[in-house]
Design a protein around this ligand. Structure first.
Ligand SMILES: Cc1cc2nc3c(=O)[nH]c(=O)nc-3n(C[C@H](O)[C@H](O)[C@H](O)COP(=O)(O)OP(=O)(O)OC[C@H]3O[C@@H](n4cnc5c(N)ncnc54)[C@H](O)[C@@H]3O)c2cc1C
Ligand code: SF4
Length: 475
């Protein structure tokens, strides 16, 4: 069996014999400058930049590609930095096939898209290495303070822009580290932890005050924070894991995807994680079955492979064409040895004191539902069993019940539990309380969180200026 070695762990792979992550890194480092210039030169400067239109940040992609092709890397970085607070992060983890690269005219002509994400990552990684990334410069103090709940991409982006505009900015997060799902959701093999932490450190150095291990709802109510600040931003993401009802689902060995990923991410920070060390969240030597077909499921299967699982299977009730996960991620997982069991849904988890197997049945796609998607239905007499001593539920996330959690029953939510905002002002029904990111959109993407963080800053700025003027007039 071919082996791939990553972070000291080796696992079977269809990719190549005994390749190591360091080898890839060395090769990448050597060829990256040429590859970036070469790829950038492939941009036809078509004049109808579908790539920019389909990038949620409307990054000036053709412009920074041109600068990169001409070797003017610092200017390329400065241009890409104009529209994004985290270009090197988006370059790594945006589903480019659905966004910028999927809409490149060269892709339309059948010649393969310019690798925009890779160039974007290269430009800003180089900027960090060369010291071109400037410290955050706070604007002239305005004497007003903003509280942000949630230090994910939406909260961090708003914090940066509001600090630059001269506000005192406080971020509250219930985790011990900032970054939200960048830090504790997305695995390090897709997004290295130091890449997030250097961004966070830059914000701390710029005078943004981080209140870590601070859970709104436990350590303060929303009302307490309204009293402390002139405006609030809620950017708490969505964390209520969707569940599945079936016999055996409560058995030891059946785990939530995010708990599994958090444990793995904590280990990569060097934290003490007893539930990893005692095997609960460690896939090593196990037969793993992941239930679900989204990107979280893909992260779980690929993490399991890296932890040295004996076998990894992904059970999904629709087929490949109807899978919500990125096709690139599915391809990566398959190359690493993950087996996809399409058109299959779990029926029960077997095992008395611990999970031993998943009983499933085959599905077929029936008539389209109201959304136009063909709904899966059970095929009669199609039951089968898969051996499993670790079953990971990756069925997606809904919003937590924020009005209850925040002790604020007046806070208005949609029928999905996400925060209801006035889309013209991004303000909730509570005066001076804004919202952005997944808690408004439902589970989405990092790049949309950044976009919302950027947009909400404008609205908050306008609100705060008006508030100051009103206070002056009343004085
Ligand atoms: C496993 C996984 C993998 C993903 N992979 C990708 C990917 O590859 N590419 C991509 O673009 N997107 C990916 N996503 C989606 C992406 O991570 C999210 O869309 C994005 O992080 C949302 O940003 P946010 O700022 O709205 O919320 P989050 O990143 O969720 O941050 C919210 C923050 O609020 C904090 N918080 C919540 N409640 C409270 C409270 N009561 N008090 C204090 N703090 C609180 C949380 O601790 C968290 O730090 C992935 C998601 C998951 C779950
Ligand atoms: S932010 Fe994402 S969509 Fe936009 S250019 Fe970068 S990789 Fe593409």
């Amino acid at each position: 069996m071919l082996k791939f070695v990553d972070q000291g762990q080796s696992y079977p792979s269809k990719r190549a014999p005994e390749l190591r992550a360091e080898d890839f890194q060395e090769i990448a480092d050597k060829y990256a400058p040429n590859a970036a210039a070469e790829q950038s030169a492939r941009c036809s400067q078509c004049g109808v930049p579908y790539c920019s239109v389909h990038c949620p940040l409307h990054n000036h992609i053709p412009d920074w590609l041109k600068l990169t092709a001409e070797g003017r890397l610092r200017e390329a970085y400065e241009m890409s930095n104009l529209t994004s607070t985290m270009p090197e992060i988006c370059g790594r983890i945006c589903p480019q096939d659905r966004l910028c690269e999927g809409n490149c005219v060269i892709e339309f002509s059948g010649h393969g898209a310019v690798t925009i994400g890779a160039v974007e990552k290269y430009i800003t990684d180089t900027a960090w290495e060369e010291g071109w990334v400037e410290p955050l410069q706070p604007g002239a103090p305005r004497g007003q303070s903003v509280g942000i709940i949630g230090a994910g991409p939406a909260g961090l982006t708003a914090a940066e822009y509001l600090r630059v505009a001269g506000y005192d900015v406080h971020i509250y997060d219930r985790h011990d580290r900032a970054g939200g799902l960048l830090t504790y959701g997305i695995p390090g093999f897709k997004l290295e932890k130091h890449v997030i932490m250097r961004r966070v450190q830059r914000l701390k150095d710029g005078g943004i005050i981080f209140h870590e291990n601070f859970e709104v709802g436990k350590d303060a109510t929303l009302g307490d924070l309204q009293d402390r600040h002139d405006a609030l931003l809620v950017a708490t993401g969505v964390y209520q894991a969707r569940d599945i009802k079936m016999p055996g689902v409560g058995a030891p060995g059946v785990e939530e995807a995010l708990d599994f990923l958090i444990a793995s991410n904590r280990k990569s920070f060097g934290d003490d994680v007893p539930d990893f060390d005692n095997g609960r969240y460690n896939a090593k030597g196990k037969n793993v079955v992941v239930i679900g077909g989204g990107d979280t499921a893909m992260d779980c299967v690929r993490t399991s492979v890296r932890q040295g699982a004996r076998s990894v299977k992904c059970l999904y009730r629709r087929d490949r064409a109807n899978m919500p996960g990125s096709p690139n991620e599915v391809r990566n997982a398959e190359e690493e040895g993950v087996e996809f069991v399409w058109l299959s849904a779990p029926k029960a988890v077997e095992g008395t004191s611990h999970a031993t197997a998943v009983k499933a049945h085959k599905m077929r796609l029936g008539a389209p539902d109201a959304s136009g998607r063909r709904s899966p239905e059970v095929q009669p007499d199609s039951e089968f069993t898969i051996e499993a001593d670790l079953v990971i539920k990756a069925l997606g996330f809904d919003a937590e019940k924020l009005p209850t959690l925040f002790d604020c029953p007046d806070l208005s939510v949609t029928r999905w539990g996400t925060l209801r905002v006035d889309h013209k002002s991004m303000m909730t029904n509570l005066n001076g309380v804004f919202a952005a990111g997944d808690i408004v959109r439902g589970a989405s993407l990092v790049v949309w969180g950044i976009r919302d963080g950027r947009d909400v800053t404008e609205h908050m700025h306008r609100y705060l200026r008006a508030k100051k003027l009103a206070a002056k007039a009343a004085a």
